[in-house]
Design a protein around this ligand. Structure first.
Ligand code: FES
Ligand code: FES
Length: 166
């Protein structure tokens, strides 16, 4: 019989208490128990980063953590990143620079980038590429993602085609 455990965790500022199976992964807790389906599952090898969330302010791949390991923690998912109805600067920048195509990698990519900018407020292109190497994107070729992250940090980037033609 599966063992269960009591879990108390703050998710996007709201305290949640549940009885969960001890082997339940955090990503499944967020998606299936809390309905926070912005956190994606893109692999079963801990490689893709689509499931990245913040636990106590640090980016983690939520498929690599048991839900019970987050007991007592503060978890932020992509749904909790915007505040007061305003998109987070990274969300704005991904939109502005076309940093997504299918969008599957995007929530995890943005959560990883937000953690990166906490640690490197003025990242170089190399810092961004290195910082996001745990997050895979099959569509964009990464160029526009890197540009978006640098722009969100207030760095210099080439203008978008819309800005050139304006
Ligand atoms: S689903 Fe977690 S790393 Fe791919
Ligand atoms: S936008 Fe499709 S996987 Fe990144």
């Amino acid at each position: 019989m599966a063992t269960t455990a009591r879990l108390r965790v703050t998710v996007n500022g709201e305290t949640r208490e549940s009885e969960v199976e001890s082997r339940l992964l955090l990503v499944h807790y967020l998606r299936d128990h809390l309905g926070l389906t912005g956190t994606h599952i893109g692999c079963d090898t801990s490689n893709c980063g689509a499931c990245t969330v913040h636990v106590d302010g640090e980016a983690v791949k939520s498929c690599t953590l048991l839900a019970v390991q987050s007991d007592g923690s503060e978890v932020t998912t992509i749904e909790g990143l915007a505040s007061d109805g305003q998109l987070h600067p990274l969300q704005e920048a991904f939109w502005k620079h076309h940093g997504l195509q299918c969008g599957y990698c995007t929530p995890g990519m943005i959560m990883a980038a937000a953690d990166l900018l906490e640690r490197h407020p003025n990242p170089s292109e190399e810092d961004v590429r290195h910082g996001l190497e745990g997050n895979l994107c099959r569509c964009t070729g990464y160029h526009n993602i890197v540009k978006a992250v640098i722009d969100a940090a207030g760095g210099e980037v080439e203008p978008t085609s819309e800005e050139v033609s304006a």
